[in-house]
Design a protein around this ligand. Structure first.
Ligand SMILES: [Zn+2]
Length: 302
């Protein structure tokens, strides 16, 4: 299994998605909170990406994975871009953050080290379009989107999954639930397990939110995995009411920010990794824990 690495939504100028959080008097600054950083985080490493790639630890990791240092450097730069950052942000990351990024990137490199591995993943990502067009699926779409939005959303799901079936690529759609219309889509991106919202849909979301409307962001997951941390942040930071993931296995996921995290928890990678490890083969248990602790509600309709 792999994790979705969807890129963060662009910031939404003029829309204060953070009002409640700021009002809660937590000690996290706006910027730290938005980036999911712990304000008590360790110091920036000051190491540039170029320097980091030359360290013995990175060299060993590259050797183990059988890839060149150049390849590692490019993969890290790609990952930073996916997260809405650049190589210039690298020195401001702590040593631990840099190492964690390296681990993630190497994991991904390992996944598709061979063309055969990629073909396997693509074969798994073939969608049963008969199922997606069927009545039980339509019921699930109604359950997720509500009756009024469901007909259009179902048409879009069929188009999106038909388009992405057998690929590792993702598309994104956004809806205004109050107007009952689609307000944006991104369907042409070809980065593996990744989709980002670019400027135009982002400003439509901003506009709808500005009018006090409820917004929903939908995308597909070729690996049928649960929402990634970036997915959850995109919904939170964009002020969306909830997110939807149309999985290639024919299930559909709805997720939202249900509560403030309870004491001691933040919505960050360490938390997601810890819960993911604790509830490895128990998705229901995992979803219950995510709702109880960091306050994220996830439901899968199969
Ligand atoms: Zn995703």
């Amino acid at each position: 299994m792999w994790n979705c690495r969807c890129t963060l939504v662009a910031s939404i100028p003029g829309h204060d998605a953070f009002g409640e959080r700021n009002a809660s008097k937590l000690e996290t600054s706006h910027e730290d909170w938005k980036a999911g950083r712990d304000p008590k985080r360790p110091k920036p490493s000051g190491r540039s990406l170029r320097e980091f790639v030359e360290t013995p630890a990175t060299e060993r990791a590259a050797q183990r994975a059988g890839v060149s240092k150049t390849r590692v450097r490019k993969a890290i730069a790609d990952e930073l871009r996916r997260q809405g950052r650049t190589g210039r942000d690298f020195p401001s990351m702590s040593r631990a953050e840099q190492q964690s990024l390296l681990r993630d990137v190497m994991e991904r490199e390992q996944h598709f080290k061979t063309a055969a591995a990629r073909r396997d993943a693509e074969r798994m990502a073939v969608v049963d379009m008969g199922k997606v067009g069927g009545k039980p699926y339509r019921k699930n779409v109604e359950e997720v989107f509500g009756k009024d939005m469901a007909p259009l959303a179902h048409e879009d799901v069929k188009r999106m999954l038909g388009h992405r079936s057998g690929t590792l690529y993702e598309g994104i759609y956004a809806y205004d639930l109050d107007s009952g219309v689609r307000i944006g889509s991104e369907t042409s991106q070809t980065a593996t397990f990744s989709a980002s919202i670019v400027k135009k849909p982002s400003s439509s979301i901003e506009e709808a939110r500005g009018a006090g409307h409820h917004v929903v962001i939908m995308h597909n997951h070729p690996g049928s995995s649960m929402p990634s941390l970036e997915d959850i942040r995109r919904v939170r930071n964009g002020g969306a009411s909830f997110g939807v993931i149309a999985c290639h296995d024919g299930s559909i996921i709805k997720f939202s920010i249900a509560n403030q995290p309870i004491g001691g928890y933040t919505l960050d990678k360490a938390t997601m990794d810890r819960f993911g490890g604790l509830y490895k083969d128990d998705e229901k248990g995992l979803f219950a824990a995510l709702e109880a602790c960091p306050g994220v509600r996830v439901e899968r309709f199969a």
